[in-house]
Ligand binder design. Structure first.
Ligand SMILES: Nc1ncnc2c1ncn2[C@@H]1O[C@H](COP(=O)(O)OP(=O)(O)O)[C@@H](O)[C@H]1O
Ligand SMILES: [Mg+2]
Length: 450
C-alpha cells in the first residue's frame, strides 16, 4: 500500500531549504572555529578560544572548559567565559569537579553528552555562581579517551537544541587533538623542569663532593706534613744544637775571662754578638718548624723555587750529611719564580730528600743526591737524582697512590708522593719518576708565570 506523504511539496521544499540553511550555518561556524584555532599554540589560548567561540557563535550565555587533571580523577576549570567570568583569560573562581559528580562529572565518566532541560528536576545539578535552568555538557575525547568537558548553562529552561548539541560536540572534537597535544607539551615542560631541578641538585651534590675532596686532600697534606715533621725532628735537634753550642762556648769563655779579671769590653761585646746571632739562628729554625706545621690558608703567590730548595736543605742538609749523603745542588741563576705555596713546595722537596735517603740507607754504595733547578720554555724543572738503586718496575706505577709504601710499618706512611702529586697538580705542574743508572730521578715541572 502506498504511504501517504504527510507534507505538501511546498512544505517539503521549505523544510529542505531551512535544513540546508542551518547546515550551511553550522559548517560556517565550524570552519571559522577551525581557522581561529589554527594559529593558537598554548593550552591556555586554545581553551579560551573554545569558550569565546561558543558564546559568540552559538549564542550561549556562558561556556566553561574543564580538563581532566593528571590524576585522572578530577576535572579542573581551565577557561570560563560569560557572566561568571567577564574578564578573559583569568578564572575568577576556578572549581574542580570529581569524576562522576554533577552533570560535568557524569559527562566525563560516561563519555556521552548530558543535556538537562530543567535543572530543577535534576538531582545532579551543581550550583556554580547562581542557579540556571538548563545545562549542556559534552565530552572532549581524544582517541576514545575523555580528556575534558565543555559545559554551558542557560537561564531559560529547554534552551539547548539538537543543533547546539551537534555544534558543541563538533567543536569539542575539532579542538581535542590540539588540546591533547598542548597538554602533552605542558607535561613535557613539567618533566623538563623536574629534570632541570634534578640537574641543579646534582650540581649541588657535585660541588659538595668537590668541597669534601678538597677538605680530605687538605687533611692528607696535613697528615703527611706531620709525618715529615716527625722525621725532621732529629734533623732539627741537630740544627738547634749548633747555635746552642756556640752560645754555651761564648758564655763559658766570657765567664772565665770575667772571673779572671781579664775581660775587656771589646772581647765581651764580640761574644755577646755571637750569642745574639746564634739565638737569631735558633729562633729562625723554630719559626720555620712552626710555619711548616701550620695549615696553608693563604692564596698562592710568586715563590722562588731555589729559595724553597735552600730552606729544605737548611732543615735536612745537616742530617743528610750525618747519614753520609753527599749533596750536589745546581740551581740555575736565571730561574724565574713560580706560583704556589712555599711551605707546601718545601714539603714536596723534603719528601723527595727523605725518600732518596731511605733508598740509599739500605745500600753500601756511595750515597749521593743531585738536585737541579733550571728553566726552559716548557717551564721550571726541579729534579732530584739519587744512587739508591732505583724503583722496582712493579712498584713504579704505584708510588703516587695514597698509602702506598714499601717501607716497614712505622717508617713509611705512603702519603709523601701522593700528597706531593696533589700539591704539584694544584700548581698546574707535573711530577714524574723514572730510573736512571744507579738510582731514581724525580722531575717536577711547573708552568712559567706569564
Ligand atoms: N728515591 C726513591 N728510590 C726508590 N724508591 C722510592 C724513592 N722514592 C719513593 N720510592 C718508593 O715510593 C714509595 C712511596 O713513597 P712515599 O709516597 O713518599 O711514601 P713513603 O715514603 O712513606 O713510603 C716508597 O715506599 C718507595 O717504595
Ligand atoms: Mg716518603
Amino acid at each position: 500500500m502506498k504511504q501517504k506523504n504527510p507534507f505538501t511539496s511546498s512544505e517539503l521544499a521549505e523544510k529542505v531549504d531551512s535544513g540546508l540553511a542551518s547546515r550551511n550555518r553550522r559548517l560556517e561556524i565550524l570552519h571559522k572555529f577551525a581557522l581561529s584555532q589554527a594559529g593558537l599554540n598554548t593550552l591556555d589560548e586554545i581553551v579560551w578560544n573554545i569558550a569565546k567561540t561558543a558564546i559568540a557563535e552559538l549564542d550561549f550565555e556562558d561556556c566553561v572548559v574543564y580538563l581532566l587533571g593528571e590524576d585522572g580523577k578530577t576535572l579542573v576549570q581551565v577557561a570560563a567565559h560569560g557572566k561568571k567570568n567577564p574578564v578573559a583569560t583569568e578564572i575568577l573562581n576556578p572549581i574542580t569537579i570529581e569524576l562522576g559528580s554533577g552533570v560535568v562529572g557524569a559527562t566525563a565518566a560516561t563519555g556521552t553528552f548530558q543535556l538537562v532541560s530543567d535543572t530543577r528536576k535534576n538531582t545532579q545539578y551543581i550550583v556554580d555562581d547562581e542557579i540556571r535552568l538548563s545545562e549542556l555538557a559534552v565530552p572532549i575525547k581524544y582517541e576514545g579517551r575523555v580528556i575534558g568537558v565543555l559545559d554551558s548553562e542557560h537561564r531559560e529552561e529547554n534552551f539547548y537544541t539538537d543543533e547546539h548539541v551537534q555544534l558543541f560536540t563538533a567543536i569539542a572534537s575539532l579542538a581535542s587533538i590540539r588540546i591533547d597535544t598542548a597538554m602533552a607539551v605542558v607535561r613535557l615542560q613539567a618533566t623538563v623542569e623536574r629534570l632541570q631541578a634534578a640537574e641543579t641538585q646534582m650540581n649541588e651534590i657535585r660541588k659538595e663532593q668537590d668541597r669534601e675532596r678538597k677538605e680530605a686532600t687538605a687533611q692528607m697534606i696535613q697528615a703527611s706534613k706531620l709525618a715529615t715533621l716527625g722525621e725532621m725532628a732529629t734533623a732539627v735537634a741537630h740544627e738547634l744544637n749548633q747555635p746552642l753550642n756556640i752560645i754555651r762556648l761564648a758564655a763559658g769563655s766570657s765567664r772565665r775571662k770575667v772571673s779572671r779579671g781579664t775581660a775587656d769590653p771589646q772581647y765581651l761585646t764580640d761574644k755577646l754578638n755571637r750569642i745574639e746571632d746564634a739565638t737569631t739562628r735558633a729562633a729562625a729554625i723554630i719559626d720555620h718548624m712552626r710555619m711548616f706545621g701550620r695549615k696553608a690558608k693563604e692564596a698562592p703567590k710568586l715563590i722562588d723555587p731555589r729559595e724553597v730548595m735552600t730552606n729544605a736543605l737548611d732543615l735536612m742538609g745537616e742530617q743528610l750529611r750525618l747519614d753520609g749523603v753527599e749533596i750536589v745542588s745546581e740551581l740555575a741563576e736565571d730561574c724565574p719564580p713560580v706560583m704556589g705555596h712555599a711551605i707546601q713546595m718545601e714539603q714536596v722537596v723534603l719528601n723527595l730528600l727523605t725518600n732518596a735517603r731511605d733508598a740509599m740507607a739500605e745500600r753500601d754504595e756511595e750515597s749521593k743526591i743531585t738536585l737541579r733547578i733550571f728553566a726552559d720554555d716548557q717551564g721550571v724543572h726541579i729534579t732530584s737524582e739519587d744512587t739508591g738503586g732505583g724503583i722496582r718496575e712493579d712498584v713504579l706505577p704505584r708510588i703516587f697512590e695514597p698509602f702506598y709504601t714499601t717501607k716497614e710499618m712505622g717508617k713509611g706512611t705512603g702519603l709523601g708522593l701522593s700528597v706531593g702529586y696533589g700539591i704539584v697538580r694544584d700548581m698546574d705542574g707535573t711530577i714524574t719518576a723514572e730510573n736512571i743508572g744507579d738510582g731514581a730521578r724525580f722531575t717536577i715541572t711547573l708552568p712559567l708565570v706569564s
